[in-house]
Design a protein around this ligand. Structure first.
Ligand code: DX5
Ligand code: ZN
Length: 224
C-alpha cells in the first residue's frame, strides 16, 4: 500500500501562533510543510517571502517545500535556499525556460516539482517529467486558500499518474487546493500520493491533530 503524505499549508495558519501550529502539525504526523509564496503578479494575491521560511525553518525539522507562485522564480531561488527550503514547486505557466529553472534547482541539490494549473493539460509535462521529483496538479486556481476543489481535474490526475508510471515511477503526484476529507479520497483514487491542505487542517475547529487524523484516514481508505 502506498502511504499518503500530508503537506499542511501554512497559508491557512494563524500567524500570531505560527510556531505552535507548525509544531502541532509536526506532532500530528505531517510529512512536510507547504509554504505558499505569492507576489501579487503571478497570482492576484500577496503572501510572504523568505523571512517566514527562515522562521518556520527554526520551528520544525520537517522538510519545507516552497510553492513559488511568483514571476521570474529564478531570481529568488538562492534566497529561499538560504532561508531553508528543501524543495521547490515551480509553475509551468509563464515560464519560458522551465528546463533551466528545473536544472538550476537540481544543481543546488534541492528537490524539484513542476506545477500545472487546472486548465493546463498533462501533455506539457511529457519532456520534463524524467527530471522531476514531483508533479503537482493544482486542484484550484492558484492564489487563495479555501476554494472549492475543481473536479474536472480528476481525469488529468489519472493521466499524470499513467505518465509517471511509464517514464518516472519514483516521481510523486501531489495535489493542492480544496483538499479535505471529502475530496482527498477522489484525488487519491485518481493516483495522487501527496496532498496539500490548508484550511482543512488549520481552519478546523476540532484542531490540527483531529483534522489531520480525519484527512489521513479518509485519504488512506481510498488507496487502491
Ligand atoms: C493556493 C495554494 C494552496 C492553498 C491551499 O494557491 O497553493 O497551497 O494554501 O489551501 P486550501 O487547502 O485551503 O485550499
Ligand atoms: Zn500551494
Amino acid at each position: 500500500m502506498t502511504a499518503i503524505q500530508l503537506a499542511p499549508s501554512i497559508l491557512a495558519a494563524d500567524f500570531s501562533r505560527l510556531g505552535e501550529q507548525v509544531a502541532q502539525a509536526e506532532k500530528a504526523g505531517a510529512d512536510r510543510i507547504h509554504v505558499d509564496v505569492m507576489d501579487g503578479h503571478f497570482v492576484p494575491n500577496i503572501s510572504f517571502g523568505a523571512p517566514i521560511i527562515e522562521s518556520v525553518r527554526r520551528m520544525t525539522r520537517l522538510p519545507l517545500e516552497t510553492h513559488l507562485m511568483i514571476s521570474d522564480p529564478d531570481f529568488f531561488i538562492d534566497e529561499f535556499v538560504q532561508a531553508g527550503s528543501d524543495s521547490f514547486l515551480v509553475h509551468w505557466e509563464g515560464n519560458n525556460n522551465l528546463h533551466r529553472t528545473v536544472q538550476r534547482i537540481k544543481g543546488l541539490s534541492k528537490k524539484v516539482g513542476v506545477v500545472i494549473n487546472p486548465a493546463t493539460p498533462a501533455v506539457v509535462l511529457e519532456e520534463i517529467l524524467p527530471d522531476l521529483d514531483t508533479v503537482l496538479v493544482m486542484t484550484v486556481n492558484p492564489g487563495f486558500g479555501h476554494q472549492h476543489f475543481v473536479r474536472t481535474t480528476l481525469p488529468k490526475i489519472r493521466r499524470v499518474r499513467q505518465m509517471i508510471e511509464q517514464t518516472n515511477p519514483q516521481c510523486e503526484l501531489e495535489l493542492d487546493g480544496g483538499i479535505d476529507a471529502d475530496t482527498a479520497p477522489l484525488g487519491v483514487a485518481a493516483g495522487a500520493n501527496v496532498l496539500v491542505a490548508g484550511s482543512a487542517i488549520f481552519g478546523d475547529d476540532a484542531g490540527v491533530t483531529a483534522a489531520m487524523d480525519r484527512l489521513r484516514t479518509a485519504a488512506e481508505e481510498a488507496v487502491n
